[in-house]
Design a protein around this ligand. Structure first.
Ligand SMILES: *[C@@H]1O[C@H](CO)[C@@H](O)[C@H](O)[C@H]1NC(C)=O
Ligand SMILES: *[C@@H]1O[C@H](CO)[C@@H](O)[C@H](O)[C@H]1NC(C)=O
Ligand SMILES: *[C@@H]1O[C@H](CO)[C@@H](O)[C@H](O)[C@H]1NC(C)=O
Ligand SMILES: *[C@@H]1O[C@H](CO)[C@@H](O)[C@H](O)[C@H]1NC(C)=O
Length: 364
């Protein structure tokens, strides 16, 4: 009995051992596969997504599927940025960056209006040659290519935008953060950038009001009268950053700060950390006066006689933004058509936006 039991027990033991080894191997494979996938997703979320479009306006993410994307030779990752930037930048290495989805880029939508404003503006049409339009889906890229010389496709692959239907939705918040990754890359490549939301019309040259002193110059939601007052509420829908080692670090810290606060979009976190960026990093941050860099948030402060931009902020809905921005541009054309005498005698002021609600009352 003892003699027979030995080999049997050994066989059973070996079988159990082999089974355990196989199970362990499978487990290891499974874990490795998942590590691979999550790091892949992380890399994707850093490099293949960018966006600033408010989600209520993202309506047409339905098409532009793989076949079409491949034909377009999309620039996945930031790989082609280094080749593209020299073509777009001014001779002092500055690029103007905006971002569009399909709804914003389709004919007669915000991209057309944005571009039209440069032509109606005061001697700023040449700046259009220095605008890099970042398209976040394949259709937006096609629309962009049809009207604009410098388009860059960052395909949104790692998230479902059709579910991004509220301002604070996870996908939208992810998009606005990924925007910062691209901007950091631009700085690393040695280019200054002026980021502008596409729901802004340009009227006069903003660079007149950006000081060589500042590392970062941002527009304001609410401006208190002092460009150096760090308590000003920033609006990062329009801001300039000078390319220096300090600003690369500033954007790195800005992105890293995300982990320290409740989930929120990048403008809110910037507002939280602006004092420490100034104190610890020595970042020099200045704010643009809403009298010049206006928006519907602090509408009544904006002065058409000196205005550089008008932003459809504090306004929900693509249709409403389009209506009121078109009206702004129409008023601007009427204003610029006047003689200097007429301009001063008539006291031309902006008409209150009809669709974007009561200005100076709301804050998004
Ligand atoms: C992507 O971003 C995460 C978090 O911001 C960071 O930890 C990671 O290193 C980044 N990955 C790459 C490839 O840059
Ligand atoms: C995206 O989200 C929407 C709404 O939640 C859902 O109906 C749709 O099936 C999702 N699409 C994919 C590809 O997950
Ligand atoms: C900026 O950083 C680069 C790379 O780390 C370094 O080579 C260079 O010396 C730095 N420049 C200044 C002015 O600190
Ligand atoms: C421009 O002026 C014309 C003529 O006074 C007027 O009819 C039109 O409504 C004005 N347009 C805007 C957008 O204010």
């Amino acid at each position: 009995m003892e003699f027979q039991k030995g080999p049997l027990r050994r066989i059973v033991f070996i079988a159990i051992e082999m089974w355990l080894a196989a199970a362990l191997a499978l487990l290891i494979l499974f874990v490795l596969a998942n590590i691979g996938r999550s790091s892949d997703m992380l890399a994707k979320s850093n490099y293949t997504t960018i966006g600033v479009a408010p989600p209520e306006d993202i309506t047409s993410q339905d098409s532009g599927e793989n076949g079409e994307i491949d034909e377009l030779h999309p620039q996945f990752g930031f790989a082609d940025l280094a080749e593209l930037l020299p073509k777009v930048a001014t001779d002092d290495r500055t690029v103007i960056i905006t971002s569009v989805n399909e709804a914003f880029a389709r004919p007669n939508s915000l991209l057309d209006l944005f571009r039209e404003s440069f032509r109606s503006g005061e001697g700023i049409s040449h700046l259009l040659n220095h605008v890099l339009v970042v398209a976040v889906d394949a259709k937006a890229f096609v629309h962009c290519r049809a009207v604009h010389p410098h388009c860059y496709l960052l395909e949104v692959t790692s998230m479902n935008l059709s579910s991004a239907n509220n301002f604070m939705s996870e996908a939208y918040v992810e998009l606005v953060w990924t925007k910062l990754s691209l901007q950091q890359r631009v700085l690393e490549l040695g280019y200054n950038f002026l980021f502008t939301d596409v729901d802004i019309v340009w009227l006069r040259n903003p660079f007149r009001h950006i000081s060589v002193f500042a590392d970062m110059t941002t527009s304001s939601d609410v401006f208190f009268g002092d460009i150096d007052n760090l308590d000003t509420f920033p609006n990062t829908g329009f801001y300039y950053v000078k390319a220096t080692n300090r600003t690369v670090e500033m954007l790195r810290r800005w992105r890293a700060a995300r982990a320290r606060f409740e989930p929120n979009h990048e403008q809110h976190i910037f507002n939280q950390i602006k004092h420490e960026l100034a104190a610890e990093l020595g970042a020099r941050i200045q704010f643009l006066d809403t009298a010049r860099f206006g928006g519907f948030c602090q509408f009544f402060r904006n002065d058409i006689a000196v205005a550089c931009t008008m932003h459809a902020n504090c306004c929900v809905g693509l249709g409403n933004k389009l209506h009121d921005l078109r009206d702004v541009l129409g008023q601007w054309r009427n204003y610029t058509g006047l003689t200097p005498q007429e301009k001063s005698s008539r006291g031309f002021t902006w008409r209150v936006p009809a669709k974007c609600g009561t200005p100076d009352k709301k804050n998004p």
